[in-house]
Design a binder for this molecule. Structure first.
Ligand code: SF4
Length: 460
């Protein structure tokens, strides 16, 4: 096939099957032959999801490319007032197609659609527009959603796959929490990461055989996982505990937040990044709220409610498992977060992360993670309202809350972001030196004396 340029784009675009609106379809034959590129967001969770998709016949590749060229590619093909996560996700996908690494005539893209009113539902249209501009309009784009929004003959979220993905989400939340609460204290550097890898491989092997996804399996496996992490040799000296909240992409993706978790680890902090289960419950609950408030099909309500209850039960299994080891701070159920935010911000504020973002900050402050980085993408109105806009109200409730909103956009410098975080951490360190810890897993006065001696030795 004759190629147009260094990007290996064919001069004559391949013929594609399309729907009535001209959308390129991902066909059954493509499922057999095509590589499906997915943008990376959550390394632990997506590491579990990828083999699940592969097991169901999709040749999926997770893009872990980084560097300023991703944002630059995004800026080239997406309008610069588009929210930063859209810019990065689209930039990463187009950058991969133009890398020459993939046969663009045999490559498809996959992107999530939340189904809400936010731009996260409309990335897909921005992506198609960008593909057209890049001469890649023939590349099929698959929408990954639970709302039945766009259908493709070669792609389907079957019940077994949904069940496995939901189980993967809970296991991913558990692994992320256990690694984050163990690694800062481990005696042998790398123990937690190695155990995380070991458990990920074990879970993938189980789920590929259709095992490990039921609630009974989770009740058995999760406490084993928690016990394994609790057995890692640790030295639990007091450290500054930092929560990370914000828009889902910049909160989790290293590409979006300039490797925030690694930076906080380098500052000797313990990091708490709330799990995905709450976000999922929030999104499903919003569907129920919509029907309650504005009416709708009773049958749809019943089906959505089954999903809501199902995820809620799985979250409770996770909480019960983490609670078996007192050295860990278990997450609270979604119902608690919803209760926390009552009287602070209305449940109608549900675009993007909506009221959940405020609730997560309240929950972190309540659980001893009073130092909070609130990641704010450029162009994200919902997060500026429920994140930055709520800081004052939260400090009225928890006066120790030490929150720093950080803006992420193509023009923001990493050094500026890190300096602002360091300022917040210096307040956290001062308070840590003054306040005895009472949270599980922390030793008391003796450890503080040792910590003070160590700090003094470093100063001298
Ligand atoms: S929540 Fe904000 S950043 Fe995320 S898609 Fe919506 S507007 Fe964009």
């Amino acid at each position: 096939m004759e190629m147009e340029n260094k990007y290996q784009i064919p001069v004559i675009p391949p013929k594609r099957e399309r729907d009535a609106n001209g959308r390129v379809l991902f066909t059954k034959q493509m499922k057999e032959e095509f590589t499906v590129l997915a943008p990376m967001m959550l390394p632990v969770h997506f590491g579990l999801f990828k083999p699940l998709f592969q097991h169901h016949g999709y040749n999926m590749v997770l893009l872990d490319s980084t560097g300023p060229e991703i944002a630059q590619t995004g800026l080239k093909y997406v309008h610069n007032d588009t929210c930063y996560p859209a810019l990065l996700v689209i930039g990463q996908l187009i950058h991969a197609l133009q890398s020459g690494k993939y046969d663009v005539t045999k490559t498809a893209l996959v992107i999530t659609q939340t189904g809400g009113g936010c731009r996260a539902s409309n990335y897909i249209h921005l992506l198609r527009k960008a593909l057209k501009k890049a001469g890649l309009e023939f590349v099929p784009v698959i929408s990954l959603n639970l709302s039945g929004m766009e259908k493709n003959p070669g792609f389907g979220l079957t019940l077994p796959l949904i069940r496995q993905l939901l189980a993967g989400m809970i296991y991913g939340d558990a692994l992320m929490l256990l690694r984050n609460q163990t690694a800062p204290y481990e005696v042998n550097r790398g123990d937690s990461e190695a155990l995380l890898q070991k458990w990920s491989e074990k879970l993938v092997a189980l789920m590929a055989k259709g095992k490990g996804c039921g609630q009974r399996d989770m009740r058995r496996l999760l406490p084993q996982m928690v016990a394994d992490f609790a057995a890692i040799p640790v030295n639990r000296v007091p450290k500054v505990k930092v929560g990370v909240v914000g828009e889902i992409y910049v909160k989790y993706a290293a590409l979006g937040n300039n490797d925030l978790e690694a930076f906080l680890a380098s500052q000797d902090c313990e990091v708490n990044v709330p799990g995905v289960a709450d976000f999922m419950l929030f999104k499903v609950d919003n569907r129920l709220e919509d029907i309650r408030l504005y009416g709708g099909s009773k049958a749809k309500y019943a089906v959505v409610n089954i999903l809501f209850q199902y995820i809620g039960k799985m979250q409770q299994i996770l909480i019960d498992a983490i609670s078996t080891q007192p050295c860990y701070v278990a997450p609270k159920p979604y119902s608690h977060l919803k209760e926390l935010v009552k009287g602070v911000v209305g449940y109608g504020s549900k675009m993007g992360e909506g009221w959940l973002l405020t609730a997560e900050m309240l929950d972190l402050a309540e659980n001893g993670y009073e130092n909070i980085v609130c990641t704010q993408p450029f162009g994200c109105l919902p997060n500026h309202i429920n994140g930055k806009g709520m800081v004052r109200r939260i400090t009225e409730i928890f006066e120790n809350a030490n929150i720093v909103p950080i803006d992420y956009d193509p023009g923001a410098t990493r050094v500026n972001q890190e300096n602002r975080i360091k300022l917040m951490l210096s307040i956290g360190r001062e308070r840590l030196a003054q306040t005895p810890m009472t949270l599980p897993g922390f030793a008391q006065d003796a450890d503080f004396a040792a910590y003070d001696a160590q700090q003094q030795a470093e100063v001298l």
